[in-house]
Design a protein around this ligand. Structure first.
Ligand SMILES: Cc1cc2nc3c(=O)[nH]c(=O)nc-3n(C[C@H](O)[C@H](O)[C@H](O)COP(=O)(O)OP(=O)(O)OC[C@H]3O[C@@H](n4cnc5c(N)ncnc54)[C@H](O)[C@@H]3O)c2cc1C
Length: 467
């Protein structure tokens, strides 16, 4: 087999599927092929449907504040079926000093909340006069320097919730490049944000109010998203499953891709892969790559179902900073978030374990893991009965950790892309780690492939911090 295509897409996760969807929609005659090594599409997105419980092996949802992902929902009709849980209605908690502390939802409420003393709130304002830290500071070091140490447990919770990461290792330049750029440009994050706010106010139509985003999922779980995107792909024509890409090399004006099922050629090739899977293949194209791999965080979810005589606190769930020294990273109150997650008369919540700091906990067998996770949360949630349903879900992919030297890796990628116009690289860990990041960068790659204008330059996003 030595077939020619216009575009070969390596990886059938949300990144690869988004590109395929956009190419099909915007140029139906464009000849592309998605090469996926697994037996199914969706990558790390996988829902677990069992005995009336719907839980998630991978992502639980995404915020509706990204224009690119909203557009994909509209284009696929998923906007008519998706479920939304607005952050303004669903509170979140941080477990501190052995109890659940409600996180206030708006800047005014944060300012008035008794969570941190007034002296610490004034210290936050002193950020306006802090010098810019040079080098690649960790998130913890940078936050303590700019805003004071009182915010550290909350930021730890944020990065536990998003990266399952360790904020003593994640670097601010890697995880918040937009905020770091603002700090460097204005000498202060707060001053930079005020400037942006004033600018946006002028540009935004007076009728568009600022609002808190909503968490989005689907009645059958997150897997519905890749399943819907894959519906329009014809197997063995646009999509080859169980096909692992082994090597990629430039050939003539295009690319030759060697797979477990033969060779393919195309003018454009897209690496829509988790960063480490991409680096393994890219090393053959440019052996000067500065890092062979980035660190990763694995997590397991312990699902606990109960009769509905057990009552969960209202809201999404809670996160636990490391200093609390607990077993679980936190818990998601699944049956509060979306309807139909547990059979009638029952509730379910999902406890997260492992992460960058505690990979050893994932070595435990399911029974021990379940027992330890339940012991960890039963007291804080005041649960006096035993679960009627338990299962352990181990994710089929790890979360890339954007730590030291990650910016060097991005600079290397930029140079590589400049040398090869037909090469495209997006996917898990390249421009963020969330689903919105993936749909955004994959949409941009599709646009680049279809337009003759070449690469689209963009500034780093200024992302909100949500628990
Ligand atoms: C446990 C967990 C929880 C998460 N929770 C959230 C959340 O709540 N909200 C959120 O926004 N994001 C969350 N994320 C992140 C989100 O899931 C990812 O950003 C996104 O799914 C990554 O999509 P992708 O297509 O880039 O990569 P993947 O989903 O990893 O897909 C890549 C695909 O490439 C295939 N592949 C790999 N190597 C090859 C090869 N050599 N040849 C062919 N195919 C190959 C793989 O089999 C896979 O199907 C979570 C991630 C994990 C792991």
């Amino acid at each position: 087999m030595n077939e020619h295509y216009q575009t070969l897409i390596i990886g059938g996760g949300i990144s690869g599927l988004t590109i395929a969807h956009k190419l099909r929609l915007q140029k139906p005659g464009h000849r592309f092929l998605v090469l996926e090594k697994g037996q199914r599409t969706g990558g790390v997105i996988a829902s677990h449907r069992d005995q009336g419980y719907i839980t998630e092996i991978g992502p639980h949802g995404f915020l509706d504040n990204c224009p690119e992902s909203r557009q994909i929902l509209t284009e696929t009709g998923l906007d008519r079926e998706c479920l939304k849980a607005p952050l303004i209605d669903f509170v979140r908690y941080v477990r501190l000093n052995g109890r659940l502390n409600l996180i206030p939802q708006t800047p005014r409420k944060i300012l008035m909340a008794p969570l941190i003393p007034w002296s610490a709130k004034l210290r936050v304002l002193a950020e306006l006069w802090q010098p810019v830290l040079q080098g690649e500071p960790t998130v913890a070091k940078w936050v303590a320097h700019r805003f004071g140490p009182a915010l550290l447990p909350y930021l730890d919770a944020v990065y536990t919730g998003t990266y399952a990461g360790d904020f003593d290792r994640l670097t601010i330049d890697s995880v918040m490049p937009g905020i770091r750029a603002l700090e460097k440009e204005h000498g202060s994050v707060l001053r930079g944000l005020l400037h942006k706010l004033r600018q946006n106010k002028k540009e935004r139509a007076a009728s568009t109010p600022l609002r808190m985003p909503a968490m989005t999922s689907f009645p059958e779980g997150m897997q519905r998203l890749p399943e819907r995107l894959a519906e329009n792909l014809r197997q063995n024509q646009d999509l080859l499953l169980s096909t692992e890409v082994i090597a990629v090399q430039p050939a003539g004006n295009g690319w030759q891709v060697e797979t477990s099922k033969g060779r393919f050629q195309a003018a454009d090739v897209v690496f829509a892969l988790p960063i480490n899977a991409a680096l393994r293949l890219l090393a053959n194209i440019d052996p000067s790559l500065p890092e062979k791999a980035v660190p990763e965080a694995w997590i397991a979810t312990v699902v606990l179902g109960f009769k509905d005589t057990v009552r969960l606190p209202p809201g999404f769930g809670f996160l636990t900073p490391e200093r609390e020294r607990r077993f679980a990273l936190g818990a998601l109150f699944s049956s509060n978030m979306f309807p139909g997650r547990a059979p009638a008369g029952h509730i379910v919540f999902e406890t997260l374990v492992g992460g960058r700091r505690h990979p050893e906990r994932l070595e435990l067998d399911d029974r021990t893991l379940t027992g330890k996770a339940f012991d960890d949360v039963r007291e804080i949630l005041n649960i006096r009965s035993e679960p009627v349903y338990t299962t352990v879900l181990r994710s089929n992919g790890a979360i890339p950790q954007l730590e030291r030297n990650y910016p060097t890796l991005l600079a290397w990628r930029k140079k590589l892309l400049a040398s090869y116009p037909g090469l495209h690289i997006c996917g898990f860990g390249w421009e963020g780690i969330g689903l919105n990041d993936m749909m955004k960068s994959a949409s941009r790659v599709a646009e680049e492939i279809l337009s003759s204008a070449g690469r689209i330059q963009k500034d780093a996003d200024i992302k909100g911090v949500y628990f």
